[in-house]
Ligand binder design. Structure first.
Ligand code: GDP
Length: 424
């Protein structure tokens, strides 16, 4: 068995968490390699319902080691709160099953505040940040202006480093935004209340993964958000601030030499999007409300109603290419059961021309969807466990999608529970 990455093909919220939760049973290690507490993976299993923000979805499986790699925005405060919430429901999390890369940069107390200050400054031009400090964090990381988790083991050096960062960051806070400066005692409080408590989990995850490879163990990489939110290949600037693509997984895990054999791309059977930016297939009014209600499309982190629309095959095909997906998991097919006819977007109309190529970000706002309608199935499919159990129209929907995106659909999910899945 080869290593595998589970990634989002679209705008995020495709149901990656439920796929990782399902497939973790076959892997020894689950790694989160990018992103931070700005999105949520919903997992429903024997322990209850969880919205995981930072913790890898493998935490629910005994004997699985969960890794937060160096590519993650490591927010000690949020992580500790999440560990507390999960542990309350009887899930064991300790230094044996959770490992944090010593090279993961720490999200500092001012990052969240800077996020909110910048969104307020942007006013009606805002990017739709979740205000978890992710964009300021990654900007600072690339400026080498944050600290590594491993520095917690060098307290004198760390305090000197933090004092330098404090002096620099207070210039931005006070002079650019007119906000209150931070003090060294604010940082010392943050260290003792939060940062120092993650110490037991910190290790060299590169060595851990190299050793695991030598022992023949299998690794599952878990992405946050989707292809269209990738910092380089997404709908810039309405992207996240890290690379959501599978190609980044080896780097963000701490073990750049690791090889990934399988990339499972998760696609929702219709389109959803949280936040700002062009969303070509967007529905409004009653049609949108009906789909949003049927799919429970409200943000796992923010509770914000998600924008919804029919399946966008142009964006999905592009997402499949960007991720180099080897297999697709199509989720939430059951949600479409109420529709008599199911519209899908097969092409875009751009500059008077029909195209199946996903446009450059600056042109995307002008694209109009070309819609084709497929027959609905008008029956509850949530109990189906084999492809042959699905009504013919549902099978046709899956096969049509497969043909249009050029990738095998190996999983069809018909409910949120772990076993509500058809494996083809
Ligand atoms: P992620 O961030 O990609 O893991 O996705 P989210 O957790 O934000 O959104 C997926 C939502 O859909 C969660 O509430 C899941 O429990 C739910 N879900 C996943 N697969 C299915 C499915 O096949 N059918 C239904 N009805 N719900 C699903």
């Amino acid at each position: 068995m080869s290593n595998c990455a589970i990634v989002g093909i679209n705008w995020g919220d495709e149901g990656k968490g439920r796929m990782v939760d399902l497939l973790t049973a076959d892997y020894d290690i689950v790694v989160r390699y990018q992103g931070g507490g700005n999105a949520g993976h919903t997992v429903i299993n024997e322990y209850g319902k969880f919205a995981l923000h930072l913790l890898p979805s493998g935490v629910f499986h005994k004997n699985v080691v969960n890794v937060l790699g160096n590519g993650v925005a490591l927010d000690p405060e949020n992580l500790l709160a999440e560990i507390g919430t999960v542990a309350e429901k009887g899930v064991r999390i300790d230094e044996n099953n959770l490992k944090i890369s010593d090279r993961a940069s720490l999200l500092l107390p001012w990052h969240r505040e800077l996020d909110a200050l910048e969104e307020a400054r942007l006013a009606d031009k805002k990017y739709g940040s979740t205000k978890q400090g992710i964009a300021p964090f990654y900007s600072d990381k690339y400026q080498k202006k944050t600290v590594l988790a491993g520095e917690l083991f060098y307290p004198d050096e760390l305090k000197r480093h933090l004092a330098d960062l404090l002096e620099w960051k207070n210039l931005t806070l006070t002079r650019v935004y007119g906000a209150k400066p931070y003090t060294m005692s604010d940082l010392e409080r943050w260290l003792s209340q939060y940062a120092e408590k993650i110490g037991p989990y910190i290790t060299d995850t590169g060595k851990l993964l190299r050793d695991a490879q030598k022992e023949g163990k299998n690794i599952l990489f878990e992405a946050q958000l989707g292809s269209l939110r990738d910092l380089d290949f997404g709908i810039v600037p309405y992207t996240t601030s890290s690379n959501t693509t599978a190609a980044y997984a080896p780097i963000g895990s701490g073990c750049p030499s690791v090889k990934i054999g399988e990339v499972i791309g998760v696609v929702k059977a219709y389109s959803t999007c949280v936040g700002e930016g062009p969303f070509t297939c967007e529905w409004f009014g009653e049609e949108a409300d009906r789909l949003r209600e049927a799919g429970g499309e409200y943000g796992a982190k923010t509770g914000r109603p998600r924008r919804v629309g029919p399946l966008d095959l142009v964006a999905t095909r592009y997402g499949v290419q960007v991720q180099a997906a080897t297999c697709i998991a199509l989720t939430k097919l059951d949600v479409l059961s109420y529709m008599k006819e199911i519209p899908v977007c097969t092409h875009y109309l751009l500059d008077g021309r029909q195209t199946d190529e996903f446009p450059f970000p600056a042109a995307l706002g002008d694209a109009k969807p070309v819609i084709e309608t497929l027959p609905g199935w008008g029956a509850d499919i949530s109990g189906c466990r084999r492809f042959g159990d699905l009504p013919e129209a549902a099978r046709r929907y899956v096969e049509f999608t497969e043909e249009m995106i050029g990738c095998h659909i190996g999983y069809v999910s018909v409910g949120p529970e772990r076993d509500s899945i058809i494996i083809r």
